[in-house]
Design a binder for this molecule. Structure first.
Ligand SMILES: C[S@@+](CC[C@H](N)C(=O)[O-])C[C@H]1O[C@@H](n2cnc3c(N)ncnc32)[C@H](O)[C@@H]1O
Length: 331
């Protein structure tokens, strides 16, 4: 869908891309349509592991942080406005005298981004299609340097975060609820699936009996924050996809507040895959502790993959779930 705006712009919308030089694509979803561009000219800038891995597997050149001197850059707008602004500032700085293209859905605020940018730079063209917009301009100096990300800042609970990652401003209330209901003993080896900037890991590490906590997180910016928030020799950091992470050692306890969005779509299948990972990596007497929004349908997956499942605590909004003993035979 979004790619078709790009094709229209290139076919007869007046967008002309340089024939030589590298083209950077900032933060494209795995299914973003790049077929209108020459693959060998492209550099994918993607810090979210599953999307990064998907492009890598298809032979694209991929980085997690942008380079310099691109001939053109295309920014795929994320949902977070602060993150969108930061990407535009980075793309502009990395594309001196080149073409900067911005593409986004209406729900990502592309129209207000266009309005704000229009007062600073002459927009050369716009394409409106499929509930979104694509527009572009010739970079001339740094007109958006004030949008650049300040780096990590301390949030209201005293942790380091960057804009755009989950619960950047403060501890997530569901995670705080889970932390309150974790038992004093969690075993020796614990995995924090979808660890974010590290809040749950800090709570797990208050237990002296814990010898190792593995933080598994797909978003590199969040994982980088967790490295600073969880400065403990028992912490191990993995930039990985929680749906497919399989360590070579057994884990005693999994703790998680699983993600339930894929891009902009709510998708309980993601949380269900995390439950399957927990069941696969836990030892025979392992425990899973998780929290979820009350409406999310996780019980069927839990009951099919664990011998015992209970809800030790809940509110009208959230449920804390405890599952014990993966039922290997049922898988
Ligand atoms: C609901 S948040 C919880 C974050 C953190 N545990 C906390 O309590 O603040 C879910 C986290 O999972 C991460 N995530 C999303 N998809 C993932 C995947 N496929 N593999 C690993 N982590 C993922 C998100 O980036 C986000 O940090």
């Amino acid at each position: 869908m979004a790619g078709s705006r790009l094709s229209v712009a290139l076919d007869d919308g007046g967008l002309e891309l340089p024939a030589v030089g590298r083209l950077a694509i900032f933060a494209p979803d795995a299914d973003f349509d790049l077929s209108a561009l020459a693959q060998d000219q492209l550099e994918i800038v993607q810090s979210f592991h599953p999307d990064h891995a998907s492009y890598n597997a298809r032979g694209y050149s991929c980085v997690t942080e942008c380079g310099t001197d691109y001939a053109a850059s295309l920014v795929c707008l994320p949902r977070s406005k602060r993150q969108a602004r930061a990407l535009i500032a980075s793309a502009e700085a990395a594309t001196p005298n080149g073409i900067l293209i911005v593409d986004g859905q209406k729900v990502s605020g592309v129209e207000s981004v266009l309005r704000e940018m229009r007062v600073r730079v002459p927009i050369a063209g716009t394409i409106s299609k499929s509930h979104g917009k694509l527009f572009w301009f010739k970079v001339d100096g740094c007109c958006f340097s004030d949008w650049a990300q300040p780096g990590m800042t301390v949030n209201s609970d005293g942790f380091l975060t960057v804009p755009g990652i989950f619960s950047a401003d403060a501890v997530d209330p569901a995670s705080a609820l889970l932390a309150t209901h974790l038992p004093p003993k969690l075993g020796r080896v614990v995995a924090d699936l979808g660890a974010g900037w590290g809040y749950l890991a800090t709570q797990i590490l208050t237990r002296e009996s814990v010898e190792a906590v593995h933080l598994i997180e797909a978003e590199q910016m969040a994982l980088d924050c967790s490295r600073r928030n969880v400065e403990d020799p028992r912490a191990f950091f993995h930039w990985a996809d929680g749906t497919s992470w399989r360590p070579s050692y057994a884990v005693d306890t999994v703790v998680m507040n699983p993600p339930f969005h894929v891009g902009r779509r709510g998708d309980p299948a993601l949380g269900q895959s995390f439950i399957a990972t927990a069941a696969a990596i836990l030892g025979n007497s392992g425990h899973l502790w998780m929290v979820a929004n009350r409406h999310l349908p996780y019980e069927t997956a839990l009951n099919s993959l664990f011998v015992k499942v209970e809800e030790p605590f809940g509110t009208s909004k959230f449920k804390v779930l405890h599952a014990q003993r993966p039922s290997r035979l049922k898988r």
